[in-house]
Unconditional design. Structure first.
Length: 117
């Protein structure tokens, strides 16, 4: 079992920044592919960013150049640095882990990000 706990959400003005953190349990965190998804009210959950065990990253087109995903394996933590935030970034942000080399199969409870325009 893997437990994921997100933090760092909040209310920010458009153009501002936030950094989300996700602390993971598990002794082999460094082998996990980690990701962030988000879900806005009335919309489906959507992919935001992912980072592989080797540090390779991928991003949704809507956040490229504004968001950066990173990981600290010594702290079992993955981060999402969000800059130049827009009102449309408002959502519940979820951390997720792929521990078997397949689908993302563990999810946190989410942290709310609200961007005021």
């Amino acid at each position: 079992q893997v437990q994921l706990v997100e933090s760092g959400g909040g209310l920010v003005q458009a153009g501002g920044s936030l950094r989300l953190s996700c602390a993971a349990s598990g002794r082999t965190f460094s082998r996990y592919r980690m990701g962030w998804f988000r879900q806005a009210p009335g919309k489906e959950r959507e992919f935001v960013a992912a980072i592989s065990w080797s540090g390779s990253t991928s991003y949704a087109d809507s956040v490229k150049g504004r968001f950066t995903i990173s990981r600290d394996n010594a702290k079992n933590t993955v981060y999402l640095q969000m800059n130049s935030l827009k009102a449309e970034d408002t959502a519940l942000y979820y951390c997720t882990a792929d521990i078997n080399g397949g689908a993302f199969d563990y999810w946190g409870q989410g942290t709310q990000v609200t961007v005021s325009s």
